[in-house]
Structure formats: C-alpha cells, structure tokens
Design a protein around this ligand. Sequence first.
Ligand SMILES: [Zn+2]
Length: 410
Amino acid sequence: VKRANLLGYKTHADYVLENNMAKKPENVYKFLEQLWKPALKMAKGEVKELQEMISKEGHDFKLQPWDWWYYAEKLKKAKYALDEEMLRPYFKLENVREGAFSVANKLFGIQFIERKDIPKYHEDARVFEVKEADGSHIGIFYTDFFPRASKRGGAWMNSFRKQSRLHGKEIYPVITNNGNFSKPTGGKPALISSEEVLTLFHEFGHGLHGLLSDCTYNRLSGTSVSRDFVEMQSQIMENWAFEPEVLKMYAKHYETGEVIPQELIDKLEKASQFNQGFVTVEYMAACFLDMDWHTLSEAKEMDVDEFEEASMNKIGLIPEIVVRYKSPYFNHIFSGGYASGYYSYIWAEVLDADAFQAFKETSLFDQKTAQSFRENILERGGTEDPMVLYKRFRGAEPKVEALLKKRGLN
Ligand SMILES: [Zn+2]
C-alpha cells in the first residue's frame, strides 16, 4: 500500500492491475462474482451427495473439510468407474505429441519435421524444425519430456531464442517444451496419464505462442504478455486434446493400434465435470482473499485471522470447504509474484473457453477462425492491449458462459 500510494495509486491492486488485461480491481471483483454464485451453488449440491455417501456407509457425522477428498474419490469411483490405468495404453507419449502436432497442422498448416542433425543438450531431447505449409522456415522446437536428477519438477515452455526482426534481420525462434512425464519402463513405451496429456497440449500451446510470433521487438514478442493473458494461448490447446474427433487421431493403443473406444471417451468427458463446484470454490475463495488483502487502502496493523474470516463470510463460503491457501501460507500473493493476480488462472480459463467456443460454433479446425486466432493473438505477442487483440479475434469481449458450461456450472 505504501509503495502504491507513493506512486499515486489508491491500493496495491490498482498499481498491479493497470498493466493487466483486467485493468481495475472493480473489474476483477465483477468478474469473480459472475462465477462465484453458480460455483457455490454446485458445491452445495456436492456437499449433499457426499453427505449421502457418509450416511449410506452407516456414519452419522457431518462432512468436514478434511473428509472432502476421501469421499469425493469414493464417489467418483462409484459414479464413473473410470480407472486411469484403462486410459494409459492409449496415451503413448509419442502418439500424444504427434496428436498435438497434427492439431497445429490442421489449424495452421504448419509442419513439424524431426531433425537429427541439430545439436541437443541431452539425449532425451528431440529436435523439430517447424515449417509453414509452403516449406518456409518458422523456427526450431525442442521437446525434453523425461525427468532426470538435475532437472526441476513440473512442465514448462521456454524460449532459447525469441523471435524478433530488428533492422530488417529476421531472428527465428528456438523454443522448448519441458516435462517430467512417466518414462518408458519394463519394455513398455512411455504411457502418460490423462492429466499429462493435458499438460503436454498446454505447454505446446505456449510453444506455438513462441513459434508463431511475428513481432519486431524481442521484448514484446512471443509469450511476453500480461499475466492474465499468457495462459489463454496454452489453455486453449487443452480443449482440442480430448475432443472425440482429435482423440481418434492420436489415442491409439500402443500394442494393437486400436483407436480409443467411444465408451472410454464418454467416461472421460463425464468425469471431467466431477467435483467442479468444490474445485472452483476453494480456488476462487483464494482469489477473493488475494483481492481483499491488496485493495486495502492504508497500511495498518490488523489481525490476520479476523481479516480472513470477514473476507470469507462476505462471500458466503460454506463450512465444508476452506480457502485453498490460508493467508500466512499464501506464498503466491505475498512473494510469489501473484499479488492481486491469483484470479489470472480462471480469467485465462474464461478466455480460452470463450475463444474455443469460436471453433465450436464453426468447426474444430475452421480455417478462417484459426487464421484469425493466429494473426490476432498468436503472432502479436504483447504489442497491443490484450483486450483489443481479443476483441479483434472474437468480435466481442469474453463471456463466462462457455466456462460455466465446460465445468458443468450452468
Ligand atoms: Zn502455462
């Protein structure tokens, strides 16, 4: 607050958000409230279901926050009978990667050609040259998907070299996708989980953002965009991953080559909406808490527990769910760079769901829509205000409806 005031802002949130797509704290609150009500309603329904399960098992206690995951897992098994191990044989890593490449090919006409002659920093890495449909060079794409002792955890995209065009000299991007996916074991190839499939498509989306960049300045090219915009380009790719039409392209049994059965596709789709009330509520409670802390307009001593309780009461959080992070444990918003930015994750989800809707309204690989997405979003980096870019692509500001539907909250 002190710094924000010195710089002429009312609150820390005002200071941070000016450079984000959301622009103002009011916009973030307004946005969050649109999602909060339906999410809370759904979570209350989930409480009921879990409570019924507890009673059915002959217990007479009231569901507590710490019981949630235990009973949710039981309910999920009972309801969907979806075993992750049934899916794995269809998700051979190379097939999934080829699936992602095919999606990019069908959308933008670009090709990924493996190059064995380009140096690699580790034998697990693979190198691909990315080309336009007409064969002209776009950039180089590295994949490095397996864990090793010296590697950090998680999955990420990085630019070894960003695209730029200074003094008429074209600098082509060199992009990498990293992961820690399940390695081949016992004579079997690398078979990854459905969660990992999404991760691969996600990072590939960041990869495309870096590869298809068409900017002048290095500082503004590729993924150099505001925090509440950068996950849209990655998350949108996740939408293609589990579309039946796309699954049939790449999800083939690693031994028999059989295409994933429709029955499994249906199960996967149904299970994806399970527990979404809870997931949305416990995350969003943290978004509100983040905003409440950072919209304080004066620096003063206060009781953290009291503040947090008041904040949660204000939004009507139910006792069966606790906020994802308690304040003293909420690293993101105090030193993690996400101060008044925790909302970004779901903001980007609204964007990607709404943007993907443009394809759903036409067709999954509609060329006009794909071209517009490429020209107005992927190529532009941070050279213009994200909302301007978005509207140029979509013709309107993003709406929350597509995400509500996706999460089953409508
Ligand atoms: Zn990401």
